[in-house]
Design a protein around this ligand. Structure first.
Ligand SMILES: [Zn+2]
Length: 433
């Protein structure tokens, strides 16, 4: 009997906290309760407490249980609908690019998913989800090997801070990418699954990253890789309207899974399956993983060269002139090589793909970003196949969603927890009498 009373008390406490601020909303988006299969952060990382301006709402894995800490407050695991503390809701400093004209540039197609490198014998090495604590080392390695790569950067994910926040060191790192001849594409502001968002939310994911990149570089990309490779018909249409090529890939190394033997087999078997005289490839890896940077990238470079291939940038695979890879943040025209960036005097190098900058060392003195490594690897940033991650931002365009105004939702999970507790207590009570 005493045991029952203790359990009843605990259930009461939990249910009270769960319902004090919230009203269970049976119409809450079902996606809130879905679980990204590879988000494996610690479920007990947060603390049950009342939701408010200082708490962040449920994580993707734990809808209905609100908490604080990285798993509840960092994109893409946190739910932006549940309160302002989810960092996906942050808006970067810089000029709002919403009204920048977006004429279609060049002959590379818009509105379709691009996967193939059009130049035989070329392999475009692409790295997603950064910059992160390993990206500087990757740039060193690429430089040592004379290789140019393409980076699809995320504005604010994994608790790394906003990429244009000088305190993070990432502005200098992104500037270095550009100066050293690498191509920079967008991978959205907070690694949201674009297919699950409204049009306005999709625009927000794109525009916020533009604002951050413009703040760093003075221009923004025309190539975007949708997180999780997820971009439905509406998404393709929106990205076309926003002037982006949907830049996917045809070799997924699955490096985020951590089985690098498997990743090596994937990479090498693809390259050896055809003759380099007949086709090229676009590969996917992630610079947020230590082993990808420090071991696997060298393997990819050595392997592709041994198989008779050489590297290319994504835009080169498309035979797209470098000026078309970026858009002038004021006119929307192809970036003409001059920058109004104010964070560095060593900007606006040609992005011909073969330009080695002599200004790169300045980065090392200003790169002070030492964010904690995020456990869970790709899981912390979402799985490529994990289309259930829900993240996003309140719109900077129409401001139709108020982060603070959505703090009263509770998912069905909470109701289930409370309901199960009541049933358990009643059952327990029945047995005790
Ligand atoms: Zn990604």
């Amino acid at each position: 009997m005493y045991f029952c009373l203790i359990v009843a008390f605990l259930v009461h406490v939990i249910s009270s906290y769960a319902l004090v601020d919230g009203i269970w909303n049976p119409n809450a988006p079902s996606s809130l309760g879905r679980r990204s299969p590879d988000v494996n952060g610690p479920l007990d990382d947060g603390v049950l407490e009342k939701r408010g301006a200082t708490t962040c709402g449920p994580s993707a894995n734990n809808a209905g249980v609100c908490g604080t800490g990285p798993y509840y407050c960092d994109a893409p695991s946190c739910h932006f609908q549940y309160g302002p503390a989810c960092d996906a809701n942050q808006t970067p400093a810089g000029v709002n690019t919403t009204s920048v004209p977006r004429p279609k540039l060049g002959s590379t197609p818009y509105g379709v998913s691009i996967r193939d490198c059009g130049i035989p014998g070329k392999v475009a090495l692409t790295f997603d989800d950064g910059p992160y604590i390993y990206t500087s080392a990757l740039l060193d390695l690429l430089k040592e090997n004379g290789v140019k790569a393409t980076f699809f950067v995320v504005g604010n994910n994994g608790g790394k801070g906003q990429i244009n926040d000088p305190k993070t060191g990432y502005p200098a790192l992104i500037q270095r990418m550009y100066n050293e001849g690498h191509q920079i594409g967008s991978h959205t502001w907070s690694h949201a699954d674009l297919s699950t968002l409204s049009r306005q939310q999709r625009y927000d994911q794109v525009v916020k990253n533009e604002m951050a990149l413009t703040d760093i570089l003075g221009f923004f990309p025309t190539y975007l890789r949708p997180p999780y490779e997820s971009c439905n018909t509406d998404c393709l249409s929106d990205l076309k309207d926003l002037g982006y090529h949907v830049a996917n890939y045809d070799i997924d190394t699955l490096d985020w899974q951590g089985d690098y033997g498997h990743s090596q087999n994937i990479f090498s078997s693809n390259l050896k399956s055809v003759s380099p005289s007949t086709r090229g490839f676009i590969s996917l890896a992630h610079d947020i993983h230590d082993e990808t940077v420090h071991t696997f990238t060298t393997y990819m470079i050595d392997t592709l060269r041994a198989a008779g291939y050489s590297t290319a940038l994504y835009g080169e695979c498309m035979s797209d002139p470098p000026a078309n890879w970026y858009r002038n943040s004021t006119t929307g025209q192809p970036f003409n090589g001059s920058s109004h960036n104010s964070t560095s005097s060593s900007t606006a190098k040609s992005v011909s793909g073969s330009t080695n900058s002599t200004t790169t060392d300045t980065v090392h003195t200003s790169t002070t970003a030492t964010p904690s490594a995020v456990s869970g690897g790709e899981g912390a940033f979402g799985s490529r196949t994990g289309n259930t991650t829900v993240s996003g931002t309140n719109s900077t365009i129409a401001k139709s969603q108020s982060a603070t105004g959505t703090g009263t939702k509770l998912s069905g999970t909470t109701a289930k927890v409370v309901g199960a507790g009541v049933v358990w207590v009643l059952t327990c009570w029945a047995f005790s009498i």
